[in-house]
Design a protein. Structure first.
Lengths: 272, 268
């Protein structure tokens, strides 16, 4: 069963320099608080994996935690560009960022293969696009039964996957509902996992459409209410759309961004 | 008639005309894969006007979403709350999109070319781009596997280029026969709807040609905003002007989206 530990301890125990780390959550249930803890603990050379790197990855990239990004869509949803991501790719600031770029269908299937213990996944995808030449991890494969040529993508097996969920019980059984995206596959594909939750309860009451992950398949659970903000947790909070707009102005400028990291993440100068 | 047109001209913006034209491209009961932004606005407008039974599928896994307000992102809670089914991301791509269950894919573009290929990846060299765009998202497989594709994008020479620098999503490749040669199962782009008019692929050459200009727009204006020698269809028409009802419903939807921003706080 998963162990319940404080956030700081969970990140220190599970995430190390050079690790391949996936923080997943498809608009909903994004583990933003863990991203900030990674920045506070000064992790470096991470290979960050995420289908939709949004502002939490913009923050990690800008803070210099990432060496490489494996992704399928990197934008500020509903707002526009990720300015720290663009600055890294376009100007190598704060240092170069290697990209491994896929489509959503490809990334989803890579996690499915990883969770299934398979070396690769097969899909109808990418054919005719320039992603085939830009990305080494996309290859044609012939169906052994019909000869039809399809596309293969390798499994993703992160060292650590982090997700946010609504609830866990005291045994570390995790329950999430609403848009559950790719979290289950990403978590089961990983060698180690951390789930932050809104609430720890004695008993997980059934919820329609909920995904339950048994505690023995999870490494650590941390109680972090509001840990998805400015993303949201259905039934607990709503998406803070104004924050996503506000982030555009903070992230445009390197100095403004660095001041934000110092005051809001590192909490320099904060009392206590 | 002239008087009515003049009154209408003052009553809508070019962006509203584009969104309304896009909404009309959806028929009642159509199953539609919806991206965020203009496509989502247009699909929700269609559902509130002439196509109440249009089925909206968002890549977040919400199938048959019926949001009462315009969502701000593809993963807003209201999409899950109002959906017929909420499925995982692998399921939405593997079980619903890939086998051809979706009639229409609604896409935007940063660049689009004469064969309706779309670039949302980079401007300039891939390894050292002048502009790094968000990337593919769901678009390559939407463009490949939906029954047909409708593109909604504002028209300018910067966006409408002779040939995209990076093919993120395939339209008609380099011309006739390319989709079949690549094994793409969907028919490809049916219409490209902009703030100036509507383009459709020529049946023989697959090249985008102008089929409609919006009211008040000249053919010359559209040509000037296009980076290749845009041809026009033999039966070039003027798009039917927006009705007061369409404009009213659209403005109401946009207002609900603005309210979703102001009612939340910036700071935790």
């Amino acid at each position: 069963m998963a162990e319940l530990v404080p956030l700081e301890e969970a990140v220190a125990r599970l995430i190390h320099d050079g690790d391949t780390v996936a923080l997943e959550g498809f608009t909903h249930l994004i583990p933003v608080a863990v991203g900030h803890e990674i920045i506070r603990q000064g992790r470096r050379d991470l290979t960050l994996v995420r289908m939709t790197p949004d502002i939490v990855y913009d923050q990690l990239i800008g803070a210099g935690c990432a060496r490489k990004l494996i992704f399928s869509w990197g934008g500020n949803p509903g707002v526009g560009s990720l300015h720290r991501f663009r600055d890294a790719v376009e100007h190598d600031w704060p240092h170069p960022l290697e990209l491994e770029e896929h489509s959503h269908a490809g990334m989803a299937n890579r996690y499915v293969a990883g969770a299934s213990g398979l070396p690769f996944a097969v899909l109808r995808g990418y054919v005719g696009t320039d992603l085939v030449t830009a990305t080494a991890t996309i290859a044609p494969i012939a169906c052994p039964f019909t000869g039809e040529v399809l596309t293969a993508v390798p499994a993703l097996n992160p060292d650590v996957t982090v997700v946010h969920a609504q609830r866990a019980d005291r045994h570390g059984n995790v329950q999430m509902w609403g848009i559950t995206g790719i979290q289950k596959e990403a978590l089961l594909a990983a060698r180690r996992s951390l789930v932050t939750v809104e609430e720890v309860v004695d008993r997980l009451e059934p919820v329609p459409g909920a995904v339950v992950i048994p505690g023995w398949a999870v490494t650590l659970v941390s109680h972090v209410p509001g840990g998805a903000h400015p993303s949201y947790a259905q039934g607990y909070s709503t998406r803070d759309n104004a924050y996503y707009q506000w982030w555009d102005s903070v992230s445009r400028d390197r100095e403004t961004f660095q001041a934000w990291v110092r005051s809001e993440v590192l909490r320099e100068g904060a009392p206590g | 008639m002239t008087q009515t047109a003049a009154a209408h001209t003052a009553a809508w913006t070019t962006d509203e005309m584009m969104t309304i034209a896009a909404s009309r491209a959806l028929h009642d009961g159509t199953v539609c894969f919806v991206g965020i932004g203009l496509p989502s606005t247009a699909a929700n407008l269609a559902r509130r006007t002439h196509a109440p039974d249009v089925v909206l599928v968002y890549e977040s896994g919400t199938i048959g979403a019926k949001p009462g307000t315009l969502p701000y992102s593809i993963g807003d809670g209201i999409l899950a709350d109002t959906a017929d089914a909420v499925v995982s991301v692998p399921e939405v791509f593997n079980y619903w999109l890939q086998p051809g269950r979706i009639d229409v894919g609604f896409l935007g573009a940063a660049q689009i070319d004469r064969f309706a290929n779309i670039n949302t990846t980079v401007i300039g060299d891939y390894d050292r781009p002048s502009v790094r765009l968000p990337g593919a998202g769901g678009a390559p497989e939407i463009a490949a596997s939906c029954g047909e594709v409708i593109v909604v994008v504002r028209q300018s020479r910067r966006t409408f280029v002779d040939r995209v620098g990076f093919v993120t999503s395939v339209g008609y490749g380099r011309g006739p026969g390319d989709r079949e040669r690549l094994g793409l199962r969907g028919r490809g782009p049916r219409q490209v709807i902009t703030d100036l008019g509507i383009m459709a692929p020529d049946p023989d050459s697959c090249e985008l040609t102008l089929t409609h200009v919006h009211p008040g727009v000249t053919v010359e204006q559209v040509i000037a905003a296009t980076g290749w020698e845009l041809g026009d269809a033999a039966d070039l028409r003027v798009t039917e002007a927006p009705t007061e009802h369409e404009v009213a419903v659209l403005r109401h939807l946009e207002q609900t989206k603005r309210q979703s921003v102001t009612r939340t706080s910036v700071r935790p």
